[in-house]
Design a protein around this ligand. Structure first.
Ligand SMILES: C[S@@+](CC[C@H](N)C(=O)[O-])C[C@H]1O[C@@H](n2cnc3c(N)ncnc32)[C@H](O)[C@@H]1O
Length: 220
């Protein structure tokens, strides 16, 4: 009986994941430059993104581009009871699905989701009564963004960071030699004293590296 139940639960989970992946791929075909990847990030990518976070001292964290929630769920489950998570997602379908799931789950009560562009991070922080974010986790497809958009988002982000804030971004391997990617890395080196790259996470589609940026140079 336990075995049947195990198979049932396991299959259900697989079906959910499959549906999530199909939905993600469908949105990628509609909005390729915004979504930027054909599948949601893997648990391996999520682990690489979140492993360096100082959860104990984390009061406020924002996630840029939640998608179907690959990082959002892991952040929400790992953060302590006093931490607030703001998730920002521009795609209405992703936002609505995630909101429906989070609104009914007791695990995700301290997560506030916004259907908005991360360019409005300043106003969103004001609404949330947050002066500084301790950490920003970005799933955005930076290499599909114009130089102006990259600069605008990073400058707005720096306005809500303090000297110890961290910025953690996923960077897909296929984009790494493009001019947009080189521009993004140059910007990160301009705005942060410390920019580190993880090993390649091969068990992700597409393979990716994690960029961790510390010590913002211009902060409020
Ligand atoms: C590569 S997907 C990553 C999704 C998810 N974090 C993951 O790892 O599976 C990028 C996400 O960023 C969102 N996005 C793109 N531009 C955005 C913007 N300006 N503001 C908020 N979200 C944005 C897309 O809609 C998409 O969900």
């Amino acid at each position: 009986m336990a075995f049947v139940r195990y198979i049932y639960v396991k299959n259900n989970m697989t079906a959910e994941k499959l549906l999530e992946s199909l939905n993600f791929a469908g949105n990628f075909t509609k909005f390729p430059k915004e979504v930027g990847a054909i599948l949601p990030s893997s648990s391996f990518a999520s682990l690489a993104m979140l492993q360096g976070i100082d959860w104990h001292n984390l009061k406020s964290i924002a996630e840029y581009g939640c998608g179907t929630g690959a990082f959002t769920r892991d952040i929400a489950l790992r953060m302590h009871s006093q931490t607030k998570l703001i998730g920002i997602e521009i795609n209405k379908n992703f936002y609505q699905k995630l909101k429906n799931e989070f609104d009914v789950s007791p695990d995700f009560q301290r997560v506030n989701l916004y259907h908005d562009s991360v360019e409005n991070i300043g106003q969103i922080c004001e609404k949330e009564n947050i002066r500084y974010l301790d950490c920003v986790v970005s799933g955005l497809p930076w290499t599909f963004f114009s130089k102006e958009l990259q600069t605008n988002i990073l400058q707005k982000t720096l306005e809500v960071m303090h000297s110890e804030s961290r910025f953690i971004a996923i960077a897909y391997l296929h984009g790494i030699i493009t001019p947009a990617s080189k521009h993004f890395i140059r910007l990160l080196r301009t705005y942060f004293k410390n920019v580190e790259f993880s090993k390649i996470v091969w068990r992700n589609v597409p393979p990716a590296r994690v960029i961790t940026c510390k010590n913002p140079k211009t902060f409020n």
